[in-house]
Structures are given as C-alpha cells and as structure tokens.
Design a protein around this ligand. Structure first.
Ligand code: EPS
Length: 375
C-alpha cells in the first residue's frame, strides 16, 4: 500500500518525506519533482520566504541508477532559512492559526513550538511526494492540474471554457486563474489586502484526466475515493471545505438536471456522459469522467494589522502576534491539492493493478483496459 509521512519544521534544518509501498522500476525524474516544488512556491500574494528558499529534493533512499527499487523512497528539501533556535517566543496566539489550540493541547508556554510544525511550509514535502505519484500516473496517461476559481470576492468566469482549455492553461500557467481578466482583478484585490495589512482566501479546482473507471470502491466506507480525496485535500493547511463535481450546487438541482446521463460510444467502445456533475466519481468509484475536486481556503491567519488576542502569560488583551507571511496562497494550495489528489489516486491505482513492479502494473492495467472495451 502506498503511504507516506512527512517530518520537519518551517525553520528547521529540512523537510523530509518517506514514501513506502513504491513499485520497482519507475524512472525517477528529479527535474520534474523540482519543477513541481517551484510551482508550489509561485503565485501572486506569496511572502518574502519564497525568495529566500530554492526548494529542491535530495534523494536519501529508494533509488538505484535512477529507478525505484521498491524500498522506501526518502526525499529531503533543505531549508535555507534554518533558524528555529534563534526565533523569538510567541505569546499572543493568532485567531485562525493552530497557535492556541496547539498550546492548550501540548501544554507549551510559547506558540513557536506549535507554529513551526503547523506551518504550510510542510506542504513542500507533500508536493515532493505528490510529484512522485504524478510520475507514476503519467506512465498511464493520467494528468492532474489545478486552477484558481476565486480570490477574495473576485471570481473567474469559466462559463465558456472547456475543461481541456482550463487544464491547458493551468499547465502553462499553473499559478494563475484560468480567466486572464479575472487574474488582473485578483492581483488588484491582493494588492489592496496587502496595503490594509489583511489577507485573503479563495477557491481552486483540481482536475484529473485519464483516470480509468473502477478506482476506489463502494463496498466499504474507507475505500470510497471521494471520501479519501476530501480528507486528503481538507488536511491541507487553511482548507475549510472540499467538494466533488457540482458539490454544494447539487443540493439545489433536480435529479433530472443533476445526474449525468449514460450513453454508449460505439466507435470507441466506451460508456460516455454529456455532463460531469458527479465529478468523475459515483458510489465512491471512478466512472471514467474527469475527476473534479474543489477546495476552499480561508484567509491566511497572520495579519499584519493584527486581530484581538490574549497574551498567554498574563491573560490580558493583546494584539495577535505577527510573523512574515503571505497575503494569499490560494494558487499554491491548488498545487498542493494536486499532490494530495495524485497521492490518493496513485494509492487506489496500485490497489487495483498490483503494486510490486511497473512491469506487473502495466500488464494488469493493459488487461483491465482491454476488458473494459469488450463489455
Ligand atoms: C510557507 C512558508 C512560510 C509562510 C507560509 C507558507 O514562511 P515563513 O513563515 O518563514 O515566512 O510563507 O506559512 C504560513 C502561511 C503559515 O501559517 O505558517 C511555505 O513554504 O509554503
């Protein structure tokens, strides 16, 4: 089974991810992984840290001659801004951050012990793991991309765009909205928020193309792919809601407007749909349509014009602490969510097609795809 754990603090020596359950014989492409790390650091509204770091992976285990050998793969990203022991204590927890909840839970006297691990810097390690999963999925024609739908109250107009255009644009310019006009307005509201010492959230969509029907399962709650995708994307720092396909909009639709009717394409020998409100998943199982996952990110909790808080030393009212931070990180969250989606799809992919070697996976995949076309 594909599983992974991350370690590391925001200003510690390094971030590390250990990926276990890796099939043998997958060609490792370090440049691709590093390019994904750069995508995560990009986007309008990111803070100064992004110009300090040059995230790139160092492989500590799991490869021989550029290929996986089925042993755990360990990837490390060194922090240039390593200064955890020199940083000041933090006594005024930021509303919306893990500061206070973490202080109460672990009995700390200072929120620095919380925020160093709670920081979204940890997502660099997830993106390294996600990029590795993308390498595996790419071998079987599966592509994953994301685009920004909204920042603050500015929404992209996606009405006339096809999914393919959105994906193409997301690939070319992954840190922007798929609607260039909205991009400009988004930049303006980000500038405005920065001037006011405020922060912004937003929404993004992750789309996976080329995922075969039949991944996930309806037979047990913890094998439902929609449930696992929702958990994975919700676990990203500052994410407050996740939906699949039409999501919340489904509640207001009639059954006749909501469900994606089934047709048979005799030329291609496949079942097809003319809509995708299900977001590619029915009964927790992929149905062959593109997978669509939307995430909502709340505004970053570090405000340069701080909110009211309490000094934990004397319990008196005080301004929340301030740290160097981002004004918004919605495009980056989209890139991280791509990684989480890639990891979940890769896990189910390996369940379905067997995970020991690329050769074995290829044989099982080809056989299954042939079967699907014979039905
Ligand atoms: C982040 C690194 C951090 C922040 C941000 C994400 O860098 P620093 O704290 O050194 O300025 O830019 O972290 C947070 C939003 C947070 O709440 O901790 C990164 O690499 O993504």
């Amino acid at each position: 089974m594909l599983r992974y754990l991350t370690a590391g603090e925001s200003h510690g020596k390094a971030l590390v991810v250990i990926i276990d359950g890796v099939p043998a014989g997958l060609k490792f492409d370090e440049n691709f992984i590093n390019a994904e790390l750069v995508r995560r650091m990009s986007g309008y509204g990111r803070g100064k840290r992004m110009s300090i770091e040059h995230d790139k992976v160092e492989v500590l285990s799991g490869l021989r001659n550029g290929k996986t050998i089925a042993s755990p793969l360990t990837l490390m990203i060194v922090n240039k801004d390593y200064k955890i022991n020199q940083l000041p204590d933090v006594y005024c927890p930021r509303p919306g951050h893990a500061d206070l909840a973490g202080l109460l839970k672990y009995g700390f006297d200072d929120a620095r012990d919380v925020l160093e691990r709670a920081s979204a810097r940890e997502t660099a390690a997830r993106v390294a793991a996600g990029a590795f999963s993308k390498l595996l999925l790419k071998e079987f024609g599966i592509k994953i991309a994301s685009h920004v739908i909204s920042i603050g109250n500015v929404h992209a107009d996606l009405g006339t765009r096809t999914l393919e255009t959105i994906i193409k644009q997301a690939e070319l310019s992954p840190v922007r909205s798929a609607d260039p006009k909205a991009s400009k307005r988004m930049q303006n509201v980000i500038d405005d928020a920065a001037r006011r010492g405020d922060t912004l959230g937003g929404t993004f969509e992750v789309v996976a193309l080329g995922v075969p029907a039949g991944l996930g399962s309806y037979t047990q709650w913890d094998r439902k792919l929609d449930g696992n995708l929702a958990r994975a994307v919700m676990s990203i720092q500052a994410i407050k809601a996740v939906s699949i396909g039409a999501g919340f909009e489904s509640a207001g639709k009639k059954g006749s407007d909501c469900h994606d009717q089934i047709f048979y394409d005799k030329k291609k020998n496949i079942f097809v749909r003319d809509s995708n409100n299900a977001g590619g998943i029915e009964g927790g199982v992929t149905n062959g349509s593109p997978i669509s996952v939307t995430g909502c990110m709340k505004p970053i909790a570090t405000l340069m014009k701080p909110l009211v808080s309490v000094d934990i030393r004397n319990k008196k009212e005080a301004k929340a602490s301030t740290e160097r931070s981002d004004v918004t990180a919605v495009p980056a969250a989209g890139v991280v969510a791509e990684s989480m989606v890639a990891l979940e799809i890769a896990r189910e992919f390996l369940f379905k097609f067997g995970g020991d070697s690329m050769k074995e996976i290829r044989r099982n995949y080809d056989g299954y795809m042939r079967e699907l076309r014979r039905r």
